[in-house]
Design a protein around this ligand. Structure first.
Ligand code: NDP
Length: 354
């Protein structure tokens, strides 16, 4: 019989503020096995099933994360991510029982077995999640909330409003949902921008966008002019940099940018959000384009209602979800690096156990 052991992902080295993350930055090591006897009141002993892999973790690889809501990872220490799904092995919190499927958002250890405070957890009803627990990390979790609340709160879409929406990183977790949600909330035309032909195909054929542009092989500005001669009314920006400059230049007066993320700049030594050029600032001002920073965590009161809408749409087949799953805790670092380079379609997930 093999001896039971516990494993955790660690940060071995930092890529440097201007360095691309590498698999070699991550390690895996044995760590103590938590036991039910060591649980404090309110604690829950968890078996990790799925990890959420998120671009925002890039800033935690630096010595200073640069943001107030996340701390930097420490070298040689076990690391944690922005969410996961687990199974309760033992519980000292009356809300949770052995065998419950649960999810948590912040400070989810990249460790096979761990203890966590029960108040940080949400129970996942088996009738919704039993066959698909990772849905709590894609559509019915932080990713779906970001896409839904970004569009619902900031896009100013109207049914029959004849508005054109452009989404960057459209083949990814948030972008793929944002485009579909924009359509459901009234967008007349939805255009996605992404980094390879397969993603462009999926964005059009599975997610139902009207068009998709491969930014690696196409002149985005010229293509947008062809596809959207009416101009762009809403831009869901996951990327920033030159790509976003090309989109913003095609935006009409009184239009809206949802400043969701700026992944093109995450491995550069710039503050968040990165400063924009004087030319772009002038365009925003002259055309009265809104570009307020969007952070899903600013809308906790709206989470429950948003999840209900998303679950209903999903049940009715109105929204499609894709996940790219890598197996094994030891491959979590590689999954993160791959996602940062565009290796995922839909939500990047690590399956730890089942
Ligand atoms: P994705 O699933 O979209 O994965 C990231 C994608 O970004 C990659 O697949 C890649 O796709 C694309 N990408 C990477 N580098 C570049 C680049 N230089 N230029 C253009 N595209 C690039 O991740 P998420 O859906 O989890 O996150 C998307 C964005 O949303 C991120 O910016 C993230 O920080 C942000 N976010 C913001 C939140 C908020 O509250 N504001 C909450 C959650 C996420 P491709 O093949 O197309 O290049």
């Amino acid at each position: 019989m093999s001896e039971r052991k516990n494993l955790q992902v660690t940060l071995l080295s930092r890529p440097g503020v201007n360095g691309e993350p590498q698999e070699s930055n991550f390690g895996i090591q044995e760590c103590p096995i938590p036991t039910s006897e060591s649980l404090a009141a309110g604690d829950v002993l968890m078996k990790n099933l799925f990890l959420s892999v998120d671009p925002a973790l890039r800033c935690r690889m630096n010595e200073d994360s640069g943001v107030h809501y996340m701390s930097a990872w420490q070298l040689g220490q076990g690391i944690d991510g922005l969410g996961g799904v687990g199974k309760v092995m033992s519980s000292n919190d009356p809300v949770f029982q052995e065998g419950d499927l649960v999810t948590g958002t912040f400070l989810w250890p990249w460790t096979a077995e761990f203890t966590i405070v029960g108040s940080n957890l949400r129970k996942l009803p088996k009738e919704i999640y039993g066959n698909h627990p990772s849905l709590a990390l894609s559509l019915l979790g932080g990713t779906g909330l970001t896409a839904y609340l970004g569009i619902a709160e900031r896009a100013h879409l109207r049914q029959g409003g004849n508005q054109t929406v452009v989404v960057s990183a459209a083949g990814g977790a948030t972008g793929s949902l944002a485009g579909q949600i924009a359509r459901l909330l009234g967008a007349a035309k939805v255009v996605g921008i992404c980094g390879n032909e397969e993603k462009c195909r999926v964005v059009r054929e599975e997610f139902g966008f009207d068009s998709a542009i491969n930014y690696k092989t196409t002149d985005v500005a010229a293509e947008l002019m062809k596809i959207c001669p009416e101009g762009v009314h809403v831009y869901f920006d996951n990327v920033g940099g030159d790509l976003s400059t090309s989109v913003i230049k095609q935006m009409v007066s009184n239009s809206h940018i949802i400043l969701c993320g700026q992944i093109a700049m995450y491995s550069q030594d710039v503050p968040y959000p990165p400063p924009i050029s004087a030319e772009l600032q002038e365009i925003l001002q002259q055309r009265n384009i809104t570009r307020e920073r969007f952070l899903v965590l600013d809308f906790p009161d709206k989470f429950e209602a948003a999840l209900q809408v998303l679950a209903q749409w999903y049940g009715e087949g109105k929204i499609k979800v894709r996940e790219t799953t890598v197996e094994g805790l030891e491959n979590a670092g590689a999954a993160f690096v791959s996602m940062m380079k565009g290796g995922n379609i839909g939500k990047q997930i690590v399956k730890v156990a089942m």
